[in-house]
Design a protein around this ligand. Structure first.
Ligand code: ADP
Ligand code: MG
Length: 732
């Protein structure tokens, strides 16, 4: 009998790798050739247009419509020289994926001829008719007039799909009434807020700095699975994760031989997507991740937050498409397999100046050390004040499986800084006592001690704590709790904003002390010292996975919210609104709408999982089990017929009983899930619905899975229709 699982295995295990042709021996020959870079602009634009473009990239200056015409025309010439025949506005709606709407350059003049055209208007603004994108009610369908607007600060690029090439314009996506419907608009606002807030603080130390910008270097984890096996698993196809299987309950370990060197087929895939990425200016470097079988990681060199976010979204898209060329599927889900490690996306974040200084890099002189300490302590204080908002930013149905699962940081947000900096902060805290003569301290002891210790910080990296959700790693902070499928913009928007707000407060407090007669250094130290005192509860150097930490964190008043619906609630608290609405990152309507969208998104994800799980159990698990059960029953009857004693058939009879119990367990589990659905549907608000999906429907998955996984173990392997873990994870 044909079985989809064995057909898939046959195909998966007889594949040969794709031969990847590199464009040249030297990466520099093709690096960023598909990007409308500053260099390309210089070649294609008039002096006037070039200057206007640079001003817009650097300071967000508005581009004149007539100049936009020139830029559009230059982009078109460049794109056509590369073989592109169409263009699209590329944007990042709240679905989580990227979206694009294509138009050709070709414009007919009459029936017999036409020309290639790309106007400034078409570059600057488009209406993608996005009525099907989530909007949380901001854009009622009958006036579905969302539009996309060009973001000149992220470079245009050429996307190649098969032999088709398209000029892609990075854009933000907003409703007809001006509300943001995407991840990029708030990110850009937060970036601007941070830039303006950090500059005056930086001027305490260096007046020459003209611009500060946040930087991001992400690390993307992912799993690979053979396409045929992927298609034999309805759960992977529809939800990106396995809802059944694994045998983790039976202690089935995956052996070391799954690790080792990168299989040739996977290596070819990496080479292929890296080449595409490099052409798009993404400086990717790949390495094998040894944590789970079939799991890998890649990371680029960091760049400014806005471009880094675009590059990550673009890369996920490329990785998905290139995987298909290799008969593979890439899984970005946070937890594709139960019982083995999930995937995250570390977000390394720092602040850079136009003078080439990393503000979170410990300095060599007392002056630069004060600058370092100022930004370092302000970030810690910001996280202390708004840890809950960071928790909300990383919340998703997928990430719920990781946070607190003893493989990823827990749902408790805390900051790790290492032992050297802990000492430095303690020293600051102890010496700058109320009423102490700060100026004297600055002149001698404190300054010297800090100065002596800070160079050790980089060495302190070696013992850095991998369990912390927010860690200082030598010259940057690393947010480790972000999910692998997430758009980094959500977390970056919050981080930029909380740090910006903090720096605004800091500046105001320092100025007040100065007005009261304190010297600048004295004022800086005094305020920083208080921040250290205020932020003690957020600092944690121990094992974040331990139960003792959960207890300790509770005492400290830190939240430990394990699931998405309540975590999302942190987005719309009074303090969140004061921060986000007060600083124009969101309007109140936008924030409320976003909350709605994310709740609905959660409900939808759990809903799909539930439906697929029920289908797999009904259509695949139960029929295979019943077939096997009948075989056993026939065999027992036959044995009795020929006179074998019942006592001698105990094992077989027990097996039938066990199978019957688990079958019954499945039926009851499905019925319970059905009942939970009824209860959830009766809820009125999105919030109540999402909570019901989380607390009533999702727990049914575990019961059902338990019985199905037991049956996977009991039923004849030849009859089992779903590829098993050892098959899925073994890519060769
Ligand atoms: P890890 O041990 O965590 O893999 P790496 O040193 O390889 O650490 O760096 C990880 C990421 O940190 C890379 O993506 C890199 O680009 C990024 N990174 C390094 N410096 C900065 C910085 N100043 N700002 C933002 N990201 C940075
Ligand atoms: Mg890292």
């Amino acid at each position: 009998m044909s079985n989809i699982r064995f057909d898939a295995m046959e195909r998966a295990f007889t594949r040969t790798g794709v031969n990847v042709q590199l464009p040249s021996d030297k990466i520099s020959d093709y690096f960023a050739t598909n990007v409308f870079t500053v260099d390309t602009m210089r070649r294609y634009l008039s002096k006037e247009a070039y200057k206007s473009m640079i001003a817009s990239i650097e300071s967000g200056a508005k581009i004149d419509r007539s100049i936009a015409d020139q830029i559009a025309s230059a982009m078109k010439s460049w794109a056509m020289s590369k073989g592109a025949i169409s263009y699209c506005h590329w944007f990042q709606p709240l679905t989580g994926a990227t979206a694009e709407k294509h138009d050709t350059f070709f414009t007919p003049i009459d029936n017999s001829k036409g020309i290639e055209r790309f106007s400034g208007d078409a570059l600057v603004q488009q209406e993608p008719d996005g009525s099907s994108f989530p909007s949380g009610g901001l854009r009622v369908t009958f006036e579905a007039r969302g539009y996309t607007a060009w973001d000149p600060s992220s470079p245009a690029f050429i996307m190649q799909v098969g032999s088709g090439k398209t000029l892609c314009i990075p854009t933000i996506f907003i409703s007809y009434t001006g509300e943001s419907l995407d991840y990029k608009a708030p990110l850009l606002k937060s970036q601007h807020f941070l830039e303006t807030a950090a500059l005056p603080v930086c001027h305490y130390f260096n007046k020459n700095v003209k611009k500060i910008y946040p930087t991001l270097g992400w690390e993307q984890e992912y799993f690979l699975v053979d396409a045929a096996l992927f298609h034999a698993r309805p759960d992977l196809q529809a939800t990106g994760r396995t809802l059944l299987g694994g045998g983790a309950a039976k202690g089935q370990q995956l052996d070391d031989h799954y690790f080792g060197s990168i299989p040739e087929r996977v290596y070819a895939y990496m080479l292929d997507f890296e080449t595409e990425a490099l052409k798009l200016g993404i400086t990717i470097s790949t390495r094998h991740n040894e944590v789970a079988p079939g799991q890998y990681e890649c990371a680029p060199v960091f760049t400014d937050v806005n471009v880094a976010v675009d590059q990550n979204q673009l890369l996920m898209d490329i990785m998905d498409r290139v995987a298909r060329r290799h008969s593979l599927r890439v899984l970005f889900h946070e937890k594709p397999y139960e019982g083995v490690n999930g995937s995250g996306k570390h977000n390394n974040w720092s602040l850079a100046t136009d003078t080439g200084v990393n503000l979170l890099s410990p300095g060599k002189t007392p002056r630069t050390n004060m600058q370092f300490l100022t930004f370092f302590i302000n970030v810690i204080k910001a996280v202390n004040e708004h840890a809950d908002l960071l928790r909300a930013a990383i919340a998703s149905a997928g990430n719920d499986h990781r946070l607190g699962a003893n493989e990823a940081p827990p749902a408790i947000i805390s900051v790790f800084i290492g032992s050297t900096l802990t000492e430095v902060l303690n020293e600051l805290s102890n010496k700058v006592k109320k009423g102490a003569k700060v100026d004297e301290l600055i002149k001698d002891e404190l300054k010297l001690n800090i100065h002596k210790k800070i160079p050790d910080v980089l060495m302190d990296n070696t013992d850095r704590n991998r369990t912390s959700p927010f860690a200082f790693t030598g010259n940057k902070f690393e947010v480790r709790a972000v999910g692998s499928s997430a758009n980094c913009a959500a977390t970056m928007t919050v981080l930029n904003t909380i740090v910006a707000q903090q720096l605004v407060h800091f500046k105001a407090e320092v100025e007040t002390l100065k007005k009261g007669g304190e010297t600048k250094d004295g004022a800086l130290l005094r305020v920083l010292r208080r921040y250290v005192e205020d932020s003690k509860r957020i600092l944690f150097e121990g094992d974040n996975y331990s139960d003792t930490w959960a207890k300790e964190a509770k005492k400290r008043g830190l939240s430990n919210v394990k699931t998405t619906p309540p975590a999302l609630g942190f987005m719309v608290t009074k303090s969140a609104k004061e921060l986000l609405v007060g600083n124009n990152i969101f309007s109140e309507r936008e924030l409320d709408a976003r909350y709605e969208v994310l709740l609905e998104n959660y409900e939808m994800k759990i809903g799909i999982e539930s439906q697929i799980l029920a289908e797999m159990v009904q259509n695949q698990v139960i029929p295979a089990t019943v077939t096997y059960q009948n075989q056993l029953i026939t065999s027992i009857k036959g044995a009795l017929d020929i006179g074998i004693k019942k006592a001698s058939l105990k094992g077989q009879i027990d097996l039938v009983k066990q199978i019957a119990e688990h079958l019954e367990g499945l039926h009851q589990g499905l019925a319970a899930m059905e009942a939970a659905h009824k209860k959830a549907h009766a809820k009125k608000s999105s919030k109540a619905k999402a909570i019901a999906y989380c607390d009533l429907i999702k727990p049914c998955f575990d019961t059902i899975r338990h019985h199905a996984d037991e049956l996977e173990y009991l039923v004849d392997d030849q009859l089992w229709p779903l590829p098993k873990y050892r098959e899925l994870m073994f890519v060769r």
